[in-house]
Design a protein around this ligand. Sequence first.
Ligand SMILES: [Zn+2]
Length: 95
Amino acid sequence: MPLYEFRCESGHVRERALSMHSEERSIVCPECGGESSRLISAPGLSRLGSARARAIGAAEASAHAPAVVDRVPGAGSRRSAPVTRDPRHAKLPRP
Ligand SMILES: [Zn+2]
């Protein structure tokens, strides 16, 4: 669930996880007992831990810290691992 921020008249800010469809616009401030109204801000979706959030985080990280590749992927490793040991397959034409 996304996090929403609430602020009371005394300025206490509190976060609370609510569903996207929640109609809760105000809560009671646990510090002063006053009414806290919901702030208009972006909900904390990145704390969900979803696959999409991880993909966005990986894309942002690769912009300033790309993964280092020191060789061509798959080069020289195609013929080293035989797929079959059947001697009849050795007579088949190769691509
Ligand atoms: Zn308060």
